[in-house]
Design a protein around this ligand. Structure first.
Ligand code: PEP
Length: 249
């Protein structure tokens, strides 16, 4: 069965709630597409107004992070139940910015993955190499490690529903997109890694996105690759251009 494409926007720390409402009103008609899953991953404070304004559209709403405990003395954190209570379906986990600035590790990502599945939230687990790692020729070793630790104790049935975003760190927010060949090569390597951890059926079902300066020009060729099932889009998800990315065909 063909995998359904998934295009997700990652707003990062942008858009106040009132700005968010205006942006979604503008983007709603532009991102209409019944053939693609469209997800807006937004700051926690924007989640409720965005869900409200997106009602009746094809936009699904995701969070940019989540904690791995149920509740309690974890000041500043958001629990999975808080997300599902308002209708959140997806959560970005292990974005390189969280790994770099907020001490996220593959071990904490794994705890969050397990918790997300427990609550029926689909994780979009990010992985990706630095420029230094690419130049050292250890891209695939590094990413296989991130995937293997991230998916520890995740069942095959759960893994089939997951999304992995391959995001080379050197391509995020830099305007430098990986070449189509580089992106396809790593996404195929990730699928191979999933086949080794689980089996061919799980590898065939899991969706793998490319992320890193995706724009309306680069999306069509990237998303046409055999192992690229859509994109995780930062900067361009805040613009009308996101409509063209979703409607890349
Ligand atoms: C991202 O935030 O995941 C991302 C890929 O950002 P950008 O598209 O701006 O490079």
């Amino acid at each position: 069965m063909a995998r359904r494409k998934i295009v997700a926007g990652n707003w990062k720390m942008n858009m106040t709630p009132s700005e968010a409402v205006k942006l979604v009103e503008t983007l709603k008609p532009l991102v209409a597409n019944d053939d693609v899953d469209v997800v807006f991953c937004v700051p926690a404070i924007d989640i409720i107004p965005v869900i409200e304004v997106a009602k009746g559209s094809n936009i699904q709403v995701g969070a940019e992070n989540m904690y791995f405990e149920e509740k309690g003395a974890y000041t500043g954190e958001i629990s999975p139940a808080m997300l599902t209570d308002v209708g959140v379906k997806y959560v970005v986990l292990g974005h390189s910015e969280r790994r770099e600035y907020f001490a996220e590790t593959s071990e904490t990502v794994n705890k969050k993955m397990l918790k997300a599945f427990e609550h029926g939230i689909t994780p979009i687990m990010c992985c990706g190499e630095s420029l230094e790692q690419r130049e050292q020729g250890i891209t695939m070793d590094w990413i296989r490690q991130q995937v293997k630790v991230g998916f520890l104790n995740v069942t095959a049935e759960q893994a089939k529903t997951a999304v992995i975003a391959y995001e080379p760190i050197w391509a995020i927010g830099t305007g430098k997109t990986a070449t189509t060949e580089q992106a396809q090569e790593v996404c195929a390597g990730i699928r191979q890694c999933i086949a080794e951890i689980y089996d061919d059926a799980t590898a065939a079902a899991i969706r793998i996105q490319y992320g890193g300066s995706v724009n309306a020009k680069t999306a069509p060729e990237l998303f046409a690759q055999a192992d690229i099932d859509g994109g995780l889009v930062g900067g361009a998800s805040l613009k009308e251009e996101f409509g063209q990315i979703v409607n890349y065909k």
